[in-house]
Design a protein around this ligand. Sequence first.
Ligand code: B12
Length: 265
Amino acid sequence: MDLIKIALRAGADVTAVARVAGLREKGAVEPGLLPSAQTVIAVACAHSWSALASANLQVKQYDTISAYNNVRAVGDRIVKQLEKAGYEAISVPAFIPIDMAEGKLGMVGAVDHRAAAVDAGIGCYGQSGLLLTREFGPRVRLGSVLTSMKANVRKPSMKPLCPPGCTLCLKGCPAGALQGDGRIDKHKCGNRIFEYGLRGVMKFIKEMAEADRAKKERLLRKFDFREFWQNFMTGNYYYCFECQNLCPAGTDKYRSQKGKKSLKK
Ligand code: B12
């Protein structure tokens, strides 16, 4: 069975495989997740460039929901095929559900998908800390399928994909959270992207609990509450995409301006 063919047929835009052992050593796979796992299939599903560049927030959010749905569908198809062939396989959540226990607080995935993607060779880390692919730059959502099947893995070799000296993502981060070389102030980033996520909900409930009757009524009719409802309905809670949007890697514009062969397959 050719895992790459299976993943591409399942709808992955970019995919490759790596050994689970290497990721376990790095602590990038939660112990006990699938004890029999030998191989990880790293899956990337692309965003629409136009959506991420749009001035309309809802368009970016909708596109993000689609990209995550694609990752989930691809993972599900791969798992079904592998299980049918007698192997164990699990598709690891791309973002949620995630362990919310003390000490993790929803900030540590069961598999670090960027680390899996780097090990498999589908991309490299950018200055932003995001995984950049040749084809789409950072405009991808990632997933990982673990399986008990052994596969031949190739040693990944990839030149850096950030254009030399480029600081567009660092300068353009509205939260000032990106510090270069993949370092990120997670708190600053989280405050911005989760404004109407868990952090926002907690703030709102506290305010509600302390309010008198008239203020409670006002709070219920505020934008914030309508926005929470919408997020609960759609499952989206991201409010910033600038480090994905600003990156020149993988864009046709970048290719044609610089004519860099290294960006082409
Ligand atoms: C928690 C989380 C966050 C947190 C913390 C991010 C973080 N750096 O860990 C916050 C809320 C800040 C966040 C923000 C965003 N996130 Co987020 N997030 C996650 C999540 C759910 C878990 C991350 C995790 O487990 N981290 C584990 C710890 C160990 O990571 P760490 O401490 O940062 O250490 C790593 C980095 O330092 C990395 N690294 C970075 N640069 C470099 C450079 C070098 C040389 C080296 C060696 C290592 C390195 O190496 C370490 C190990 O991999 C993942 C999904 C997943 N399961 O992977 C998505 C994920 C990383 N997020 C994603 C995205 C897109 C975003 C946002 C753009 C928000 C949005 N609109 O969706 C921003 C981008 C911020 C940024 N520039 O990094 C995507 C990234 C896709 C991609 N192309 O890389 C992921 C993979 C979700 C997905 N399934 O696609 N996220």
